[in-house]
Design a protein around this ligand. Structure first.
Ligand code: FAD
Length: 397
């Protein structure tokens, strides 16, 4: 008897949640499930800004896959996907190829640079654990060179492009790290500039005016400067040029201004909107009943026709829905439509501050930060139960 092959690409929020739910509910010999991921660990993307700024250790956001996946039930293949061929039902890895009956694509996103000259070449991105290691080390390096390089301001000027979630959470952490970093490298704090640049008329779009004002005031009090309504025109090794003509000399530019779907989706010939596949109500790629696309690689719409922003919250829920539908397909059942259930939105403003909306309740300060921690612990619990909560919970946020 041949057993159907289920292949899951990506062990982020969406892919891992699919695998964990299949592992929990699948019967022996119902399917051969393989999870493929570039690394043998999962990183919590929603916390990458912390090791990037150096306020949390890398271990805080890293979970080894063999700690949460039962490899007797789910095969794990460490590998990089290089191409997807949905017509031939195969996936090309850097070191081989895999065939499937059902495919789940959960390969996440990539930075969207909107064609801004030089960003791809000169700006850093908060995109993976390796990428944030580089950011942390680069900032420490530039601080260490400041006195040797004739005390040029550019060594102590950090520009963060984009003031959405990622950019704001990152500047909050960075501002908290500064006192220690300045002490370590004998640098007067007032010499350091952290500049948040945003093209839109407001930071943190989606939050109301009062919460946005609170966030900006708190960050300004920690020394963050803002350039709002100010697009970046170009980026070079020397810094950035703004559309208003201002030049900011900086050795460290970090771009957080937007994401698009993983390039492999467009290359595979799927219909995409900004690299994301506009999936059907059961999260399948149009024209392919055997291909599910979830997380940041997909896009789903509100009743009013607006795209939901790419979030871990939605990716996780999609993973649960996708596992249920895969089991249903394997058992000859019907598919359940995916409806996001938005429980709240929380943004941190450094170690002990934040803003958020949970249901009808608006939060700011320590209570918002606490709520964010609670939601992280809930995620860890879903991934690996109490033991993972006890192991990781104390390390971050
Ligand atoms: P990911 O979690 O990015 O996982 C993709 C996986 O695919 C990774 O394991 C990657 O290694 C793997 N992969 C990629 N390419 C390949 C390849 N070619 N071969 C093999 N493997 C590959 N969302 C919220 O809901 N709340 C928040 O507070 C929040 N804060 C955020 C803060 C930051 C700093 C950032 C960057 C994002 C934040 N987000 C937040 C967004 C959230 O992290 C994403 O929406 C979420 O990670 C999407 O999950 P995913 O499973 O689609 O992709």
């Amino acid at each position: 008897m041949t057993v159907p092959k289920v292949l899951i690409l990506g062990a982020g929020y969406g892919g891992l949640m699919t695998a964990i739910h299949l592992q929990r509910d699948i019967q022996y010999n119902e399917a051969e499930v393989t999870l493929v991921n570039k690394h043998n660990y999962h990183y919590m993307t929603t916390h990458l800004h912390e090791p990037a700024a150096g306020t949390a250790p890398q271990e805080a956001v890293k979970v080894n896959i063999d700690e949460i996946i039962n490899t007797d039930l789910i095969h794990f293949r460490k590998g990089t996907v290089e191409a997807i061929d949905p017509k031939e039902k195969r996936v090309i890895l850097h070191d081989g190829e895999l065939h499937y009956d059902y495919l789940v694509i959960a390969l996440g996103s990539e930075p969207e640079t909107f064609g801004i000259q030089g960003l791809r070449e000169y700006a850093f991105g908060i995109t993976s654990l390796n990428a944030v290691r580089t950011i942390r080390e680069h900032i420490e390096y530039t601080f260490s060179r400041y006195h040797e390089e004739g005390e040029q301001e550019s060594y102590l000027t950090i520009v963060v492009g984009g003031a959405g979630f990622t950019g704001i959470e990152f500047v909050g952490e960075l501002a908290d790290r500064m006192p220690d970093l300045c002490r370590q490298f004998d640098i007067p704090r007032e010499k350091v500039r952290i500049i948040s640049v945003e093209a839109a008329p407001t930071v943190l779009p989606g939050f109301d005016k009062e919460l946005v004002e609170y966030a900006m005031e708190r960050l300004q009090a920690k020394g963050v400067e803002f350039r709002i309504n100010t697009p970046i025109k170009s980026c070079t090794a020397e810094g950035i040029e703004l559309a208003n003509g201002e030049n900011i000399l900086s050795k460290t530019v970090i771009w957080t201004g937007g994401v698009r779907g993983n390039h492999l989706l467009e290359e595979a010939g799927f219909e995409t909107v900004r690299g994301r596949v506009k999936v059907d109500p059961a999260l399948r790629a149009p024209g392919y009943e055997d291909v599910f696309v979830i997380g940041d690689a997909s896009v789903v719409f509100t009743k009013e026709g607006r795209p939901y922003p790419p979030t871990a919250q939605i990716a996780t829920q999609q993973g649960e829905n996708c596992a249920k539908n895969l089991l249903s397909l394997l058992r000859g059942g019907t598919l359940e439509e995916f409806t996001p259930s938005i429980q709240g939105t929380l943004a941190s403003l450094g170690r002990s501050d934040g803003i958020g909306v949970v249901g009808k309740i608006r939060l700011k300060g320590g209570s918002a930060r606490l709520m964010k921690k609670a939601s992280d612990l809930r995620y860890l619990y879903k991934l690996g139960g109490v033991s993972l909560v006890l192991k990781k919970g104390r390390l971050f946020g």
